[in-house]
Design a protein around this ligand. Structure first.
Ligand SMILES: [Zn+2]
Length: 127
């Protein structure tokens, strides 16, 4: 499965945090040209997901309410967003190493060979 392209960024609306993708949206510069009258914070990236303070329903079958704080929601959004951005950046860097180094002839993964190490790391990242 393929996720929405990175980079992702977070937009806060009160207690809700939206994760949006910059990659598949017009850049702010392009957007400004076509929307000169709009405020910059109304610019929307492609929506990835929305995280907000929630509780787990009400009534006995749901157990006690569990409400997480706005700060915790923000931390969760930051983790999701930054991990995915970092992961994609690392994969891209590894793919560049493979492209920019010549194919090696090591019979086993050599700790001294960039090509071997990049190939092994990519295999772990994209099994
Ligand atoms: Zn090698």
């Amino acid at each position: 499965m393929k996720h929405t392209p990175t980079p992702w960024f977070i937009k806060r609306h009160d207690t809700t945090f939206k994760i949006e993708s910059l990659a598949t949206s017009p850049t702010i510069t392009e957007w400004r040209k076509s929307n000169p009258d709009k405020r910059q914070d109304t610019w929307e990236g492609t929506s990835v997901c929305e995280l907000s303070v929630r509780y787990n329903g009400s009534g006995d079958k749901f157990g006690p309410h569990q409400i997480i704080s706005t700060e915790e929601v923000e931390a969760n959004a930051a983790i999701i967003c930054h991990r995915v951005n970092n992961f994609d950046a690392v994969v891209e860097a590894l793919e560049n190493v493979l492209r920019d180094t010549s194919e090696c002839s090591c019979s086993t993964i050599s700790p001294f060979c960039s090509h071997c190490k990049a190939r092994a790391a990519l295999k772990l990242a994209k099994p």
